[in-house]
Design a protein around this ligand. Structure first.
Ligand SMILES: *Cc1c(COP(=O)(O)O)cnc(C)c1O
Length: 398
């Protein structure tokens, strides 16, 4: 079969609009509520509380700003150490540094590709003074939340749950974004639903939600003039952006269903080649399947070397590697991506500690980064297109 490059690029995960987004944006425009106050904002805060099952939601300009507010609320001060997921997007970590905190990265486990509770427990033995843990649910798969919550309770630490990638995923029937004292979700353009940008802070704590409302609108005090007692931020969401979010929220479940179908189709398509999909623990968790990823069996990896900005491999019969697969996909106008490079391997964190379990010697995050990759998971991709992508990948192992 002669496969030609796709005329229209197939993306990892791009925004999928319906129609209602425009209705609510237009409503904001026509009623002149185009700034950071308005009905769309009020509505989406209510809708998300209902969907996720939390008491308070504050709409903000991004998921990162929600995480920043969470870090401030948990009292992180200059020089404080904070435990943090290692295989994640940099936005999980950046807010720790905004407040002068020092992230300590906790290694990953193979069953969900999230923070390893055993490595976390070890970290508390090494650094008993740590009081805050920032936990991400990678690619829409919940972490081992019961175990993580237990360890944090045992050591009296506050959890900040970064559910930017996992909105709509559940753990034992409970939505992610509720396991931390403070939680963040994101409406960035590549997420499961989007506002073009935007994010939300979620909590059950009334005072914290009030603080975030105040801080995110420049910390204005109740006075006739601009009166300030605290540092402020310009972090509130626009009512126009909120209009997009309002149009998208009713489609969250449909998007999840489509993402799951994509994941299952890849899984079936790869059953005869030496790879597996990004894992989750069945019967305990239901991911939102935001990104489908694969990991190549150890003995099916051809030689691959990566520097800070380049990758090379040596082709071997019957074997492949993420670099080869990504090159093939690119040749056919398909977007794939390496696994998020672990934070402990990032040059900017070379001085930060990285805590692994003491009973295994392998660096799990580095291993998943080495052997794994993110597959195109766009819900506008057709089944025929996905069939071709599967064939391209299967052929890499010939
Ligand atoms: C996208 C993302 C964020 C940041 O969200 P923004 O809305 O883009 O600021 C934070 N953490 C993770 C894990 C993400 O994937």
């Amino acid at each position: 079969m002669d496969i030609k490059p796709f005329l229209n690029r197939i993306y990892l995960s791009s925004p999928t609009m319906h129609k209602e987004e425009l209705v609510y944006m237009k409503e904001a425009y026509e009623t002149n509520w185009v700034s950071t106050v308005g009905k769309n904002i009020d509505e989406i805060e209510k809708m998300m509380c209902e969907k996720i099952g939390c008491k308070y939601a504050v709409a903000l300009s991004s998921g990162t700003s929600a995480l920043h507010m969470a870090i401030k609320l948990s009292g992180v001060k200059s020089g404080d150490k904070v435990f943090c997921s290692d295989v994640t997007f940099s936005a999980t970590v950046n807010p720790i540094l905004y407040e002068g905190g020092i992230p300590i990265f906790i290694d990953t486990e193979y069953e969900t590709w999230n923070m390893d509770p055993l490595a976390l427990e070890r970290a508390f033995k090494l650094y008993p003074e740590v009081k805050v843990v920032v936990l991400a649910n990678l690619y829409g798969v919940p972490a081992k939340l019961d175990e993580i919550v237990d360890v944090c309770n045992k050591y009296g630490a506050t959890i900040i749950e970064d559910s930017a990638e996992s909105m709509g995923a559940t753990y034992k029937g409970i939505q992610t974004g509720t396991f931390g004292k403070y939680n963040a979700i994101s409406f960035n353009g590549n997420k499961i639903i989007t506002g073009s940008t935007g994010g939300m802070f979620l909590t059950n704590d009334k005072l914290s939600a009030e603080k975030v409302r105040k801080w995110s609108t420049q910390s204005r005090e109740n006075a006739k003039w601009y009166q300030h007692e605290e540092l402020g931020y310009n972090y509130r969401m626009s009512n126009i952006v909120a209009g997009v979010v309002r149009g998208q929220i009713p489609y969250l479940d449909e998007h999840i269903e489509k993402k799951k179908k994509i994941y299952m189709k890849y899984k079936e398509g790869f059953k005869d080649i030496p790879v597996s999909m990004n894992p989750y623990i069945e019967n305990i968790m239901e991911p939102n399947f935001w990104l489908s990823c694969l990991i190549i069996d150890k003995d099916a990896m051809c030689k691959q070397v990566r520097s800070d900005n380049e990758a090379l491999y040596i082709k071997e019969k019957g074997k492949s590697c993420p670099t080869e697969i990504l090159e093939v996909l690119e040749k056919y106008n398909v977007e794939g991506r390496p696994i998020w490079k672990p934070m402990h391997m990032q040059p900017m964190y070379r001085m930060n500690d990285f805590v692994k379990r003491d009973d295994i010697s392998v660096d799990v995050g580095a291993d998943i980064f080495d052997r794994g990759l993110c597959l195109p998971s766009d819900i506008k991709m057709t089944e025929d297109e996905q069939d071709i992508i599967i064939k391209l990948i299967v052929d890499c192992f010939k």
